[in-house]
Design a protein around this ligand. Structure first.
Ligand code: G3H
Ligand code: 13P
Ligand code: ZN
Length: 311
């Protein structure tokens, strides 16, 4: 069934498990994700970036938002797992409003690039409007950047615990994304993956909110290898290892944003298939392995985060 994201994350926060939020741009990723989640009897959060919404609507973000809501609801209505649709990194007020109007389960207002007071003011405004429409809200503090061995640099980009307390108390958001050392994409760490667990624990303690980890892909080397055997070049890519993810969940992370891992699994399957069958030109055939690999990554993540059976 189609639910408010809050329903999924309040339960996860109480019981200390993580739920992956999977980014999509098209039908095939949605199908692969929901097939994996249904098989694992896991709640599923589908998310779309502003770019994904413009892509789907061919530039018309009202249309793009409606397309995703209709697509997700159409599948969710027939499934016995809770499914939510979330706007990821909403920065454009008009796109956020389009998503609320179209029926998204939740929106992220990402004003993390503004100073603290502006971020709080903008976030408050969006939370008031979204809540009036029954839509839950995520917001972020700090910048997504890997931690270097430099305390001063970390203080500049990672979430400030006192600010997190004030932000969560005053903004009335439903879930909170603290920057603790991850970054987006396939190149997160040069050396060892390093996250600020102490900061995370304090933020959980002091805010009591369901917490969100952005840039949480593991960059699964098995699929990097398959992609590279078939012509890709992701040299030096490195994500958040699954044991590190498990630690973050233990310390209070509940929504685990995942885009890169799906993209890599998909391209690995697509490249492998096309390499092995030069005569094929039916998309339903050449997407097959890509979707199987994507579904497998989804199921592995559900196991790592502990959301299987939590419906
Ligand atoms: O946080 C960013 C997501 O991975 C999606 O990014 O759709 O703008 O490429 P994009
Ligand atoms: P990855 O690039 O690690 O998949 O992060 C996705 C994300 O944070 C989307 O908001
Ligand atoms: Zn993100």
């Amino acid at each position: 069934s189609y639910v408010n994201t809050r329903e999924i994350l309040d339960k996860a926060s109480k019981e200390y498990y993580g739920v992956a939020a999977f980014n999509i741009n098209n039908l095939e990723f949605l199908q692969a994700i929901l097939a994996g989640a249904a098989e694992k009897k896991s709640p599923a959060i589908i998310e779309t970036s502003e770019g994904a919404i413009k892509y789907a609507g061919m530039g018309d973000y009202f249309k793009g938002a409606r397309i995703f809501v209709n697509m997700v609801k159409e599948f969710a209505n027939d499934l016995d797992i809770p499914v939510a649709l979330h706007l990821d990194h909403g920065k454009d007020f008009n796109i956020i409003m389009a998503c609320i109007k179209a029926g998204y389960s939740s929106v992220m207002i990402d004003a993390s690039h503004y100073d603290f007071e502006d971020n709080l003011r903008i976030t408050k405004d969006v939370a008031r409007i979204a809540h009036a429409a029954g839509v839950s809200v995520e917001a972020e503090l700090g910048q997504l950047a890997g931690i270097e061995d430099n305390v001063e640099a970390a203080e500049n980009v990672l979430v400030n615990v006192d600010q997190a307390e004030k932000f969560c108390a005053e903004s009335e958001i439903d879930f909170f994304a603290p920057a603790i050392g991850t970054s987006h994409g396939a190149f997160k760490f040069k050396g060892e993956a390093k996250l600020d667990y102490d900061r995370l624990k304090k933020v959980k303690e002091i805010t009591g909110k369901p917490l969100v980890l952005h840039g949480a892909s593991s960059v699964v080397q098995e699929y990097v290898k398959i992609a590279e055997e078939h012509g890709a070049d992701f040299g030096g890519s490195k994500g958040v290892p699954s044991d590190v993810l498990k630690e973050t969940v233990k310390f209070g992370i509940n929504k685990v944003n995942t885009d890169t891992d799906l993209r890599i699994a998909y391209i690995a399957g697509l490249r492998e298939y096309l390499d092995n069958d030069s005569k094929q030109f039916d998309p339903r055939k050449y997407y097959k392995v890509a979707m199987d690999y994507t579904k497998q990554v989804v199921m592995d993540r559900i196991d790592i985060l502990g959301s299987a059976g939590k419906i």
